[in-house]
Design a protein around this ligand. Structure first.
Ligand code: THU
Length: 148
């Protein structure tokens, strides 16, 4: 996966976070998934007054992709930050908040549609991100092969 594709995915994840509906946690998340056919699907977190009904950004993007027929994921970028942190003028932009790693449920959902070497970019800013594989984030995973 070349650097330009990574940058594009990161930009799309940051943009997707603008649609975050997160009045309860005030934690805004955007995600962008690159699929095998090179299409990109984005998502944001969508919260609910019944908190458990909340959907994470990664799963919003994943469900959009699969429901449009894109069932092989190559990479994902995830960008999450506490609302208001960007207003802190004393901090440098990329030092204001921690890396927002995908939660356990989202790792498992990604695993359904990806090989272990799927790239996961955990983004703090356009030029500040961590790179992991899905297998690093979800080792010894349970998958469809276990059911055979
Ligand atoms: N959230 C995500 O969108 N992705 C994650 O991987 C972790 C958590 C959302 C869910 C909720 O709206 C907010 O972040 C705080 O948990």
């Amino acid at each position: 996966m070349n650097i330009n594709k990574k940058k594009q995915l990161i930009k799309e994840a940051i943009k997707a976070s603008e649609n975050s509906y997160s009045p309860y946690s005030n934690f805004r998340v955007g995600a962008a998934i690159l699929c095998a056919d090179q299409k990109i699907f984005t998502g944001c977190n969508v919260e609910n007054a019944s908190y458990g009904a909340t959907i994470c950004a990664e799963r919003a993007a994943a469900i959009k992709a699969v429901s449009e027929g894109a069932k092989r994921f190559i990479a994902i970028a995830v960008y999450g930050y506490p609302a208001g942190s960007k207003d802190n003028k004393n901090a440098k932009e990329d030092q204001e908040f921690n890396y927002a790693f995908p939660c356990g449920i989202c790792r498992q959902v990604l695993n359904e549609f990806a090989d272990p070497d799927m790239i996961v970019l955990i983004v703090r800013s356009e030029n500040n991100y961590l790179e992991r594989t899905l297998a690093e984030l979800l080792p010894d995973s349970f998958g469809s092969a276990n059911l055979e």
